[in-house]
Design a protein around this ligand. Structure first.
Ligand code: SAH
Length: 341
C-alpha cells in the first residue's frame, strides 16, 4: 500500500496519519474527495494537527498535471506526471447534453499490443497504483467539474491490474466520499478471461464492456494478440458466466477498420457469435494513428454495419468522434508522452 492519500480508505488514513481518533480518518477522506489542496483546507482538524500532518505528508497528491490539451469539440486530455517520473494521459469527454465522462488509464503503456491502437505500440511499463487512478478523477474534477461517469478506457488493460482498479473503485464509490454509482462506472477489457470470471465472482458490480472488434478468430488474432491464447469461444464462455451471475447486458466494442473488419460477413459473424448473450454493440470507427497501416471505414460501411446489427435485433450505439484534435480519442492515447522522453 502506498503512502499517497488518494489511494487510502478512511480507516487506512487513520492508521497512516497516526490519528488516535479514528473519525479523523473519515474527515481527511471526505476532504480528499472534496478536492482539498492542502491540510490547511481541512478546517475541522485542529490547527496543531494540520501542522503535524503538513510536515508528515509534504503533498496531498502524488501526481501533477504536466500538459493540457483541449479539442475544439470540448474534449480535454491531461498528461499526468507520476511520482517515479513516468506519465499517463487521462481524458474528459463531454456529450451533447453536457454530461461529463472521465476516461481513465490503468497502466503506463499497455502489454496487449493490439495492432490498431496507439497505446499498444508503446509497450508496457507498469501498473498504476490506486492513488494514481483516483487522482486522474480528482484532477479532472478540480479543473472542469465533477464527471458523472467514469470509464476505464484509457491507457492499459484494467483486468490485468484488477487489485488496484478494485481499490480505486472502492474509494471512488464510497458513499462518504465521491460516491460515484457503480452503474456509472464501466470497465473495458480486451477480453482477459480470468479477469472477467473474477469480476463475475467477486465484483464490483460495475458495467462491463469487451473490445471484441472481430468475431472471426483469424481476423481477431491478427488484430488482437490476446485472442491467440484466449480465443473467441473461451471469451464467450466467460461472458456467459458473467451474465449468468449479474444478469447485465454486456457492451461489445467493435473498432471498425476500413477493409479489415467492416464487411457484411464480419458483422454477420458478430451477430452469430453473440446470439446466446444479451449484448449491445458500440461501433467505433477506427481513429487514425500515425504510422499504423490501417484506414478509416467509409461512411457507408459504418451505416451498413449499424443496419445489419440492428436488423438482427442488436442495439447499436456509435461512439462519438470526440477528442481527435488532441489525439485523445479511443486508441490514440500515448502521443503526449513522447514530449518527456
Ligand atoms: N484495454 C482495454 C481498455 C482500453 S479501451 C480494452 O481493450 O478494452 C480503448 C478502446 O479503444 C478499446 O475498445 C479499443 O479497442 C479501442 N481502440 C483502440 N485503438 C483504436 C483506434 N485507433 N480507433 C478507435 N478505437 C480504438
Amino acid at each position: 500500500m502506498s503512502r499517497y492519500l488518494a489511494g487510502l480508505l478512511p480507516h487506512e488514513l487513520a492508521t497512516e496519519l497516526g490519528f488516535d481518533r479514528p473519525f479523523r480518518g473519515m474527515q481527511v477522506f471526505k476532504w480528499m474527495a472534496g478536492g482539498a489542496q492542502s491540510f490547511q483546507d481541512m478546517t475541522n482538524l485542529p490547527g496543531p494537527e494540520r501542522e503535524r500532518l503538513a510536515s508528515l505528508v509534504p503533498s496531498l497528491l502524488g501526481t501533477s498535471v504536466d500538459g493540457r490539451f483541449r479539442d475544439e469539440d470540448g474534449t480535454v486530455k491531461l498528461k499526468l506526471r507520476l511520482p517515479d517520473g513516468a506519465a499517463v494521459e487521462t481524458v474528459l469527454l463531454t456529450d451533447i447534453e453536457g454530461r461529463k465522462t472521465a476516461c481513465i488509464s490503468t497502466q503506463v503503456g499497455c502489454p496487449m499490443a493490439c495492432a490498431f491502437c496507439k497505446t499498444g505500440t508503446l509497450g508496457f511499463l507498469r501498473n498504476l497504483e490506486a492513488f494514481e487512478i483516483v487522482e486522474q478523477y480528482l484532477h479532472l474534477t478540480r479543473m472542469f467539474g465533477r464527471p458523472s461517469n467514469l470509464v476505464f478506457m484509457g491507457m492499459g488493460e484494467p483486468l490485468l491490474n484488477l487489485a488496484e482498479v478494485r481499490r480505486s473503485i472502492e474509494i471512488l464509490a464510497h458513499p462518504e466520499g465521491i460516491g460515484l454509482s457503480l452503474r456509472k462506472i464501466t470497465i473495458s477489457t480486451c477480453g482477459i478471461v480470468a479477469g472477467i470470471r473474477d469480476l463475475a465472482d467477486s465484483g464490483p458490480h460495475v458495467r462491463l464492456a469487451v473490445s471484441l472488434t472481430s468475431a472471426l478468430d483469424a481476423v481477431r488474432s491478427e488484430l488482437m494478440p490476446v485472442n491467440r491464447s484466449q480465443g473467441l469461444s473461451e471469451l464467450r464462455d466467460a461472458l456467459a458466466y458473467y451474465q449468468g451471475k449479474t444478469g447485465d447486458r454486456i457492451t461489445l466494442e467493435a473498432v471498425l477498420i476500413g477493409g479489415v473488419n467492416d464487411r457484411p460477413r464480419d458483422l454477420e459473424a458478430v451477430v452469430e457469435w453473440s446470439r446466446s448473450l444479451k449484448v449491445q454493440v458500440n461501433l467505433i470507427p477506427w481513429n487514425p494513428v500515425p504510422d499504423l497501416p490501417f484506414r478509416e471505414p467509409s461512411r457507408k460501411a459504418v451505416e451498413d454495419a449499424v443496419a445489419l446489427l440492428e436488423s438482427a435485433g442488436i442495439p447499436v450505439t456509435r461512439r462519438m468522434r470526440r477528442g481527435r484534435g488532441v489525439l485523445g480519442a479511443c486508441g490514440q492515447l500515448g502521443d503526449a508522452l513522447r514530449a518527456r522522453d
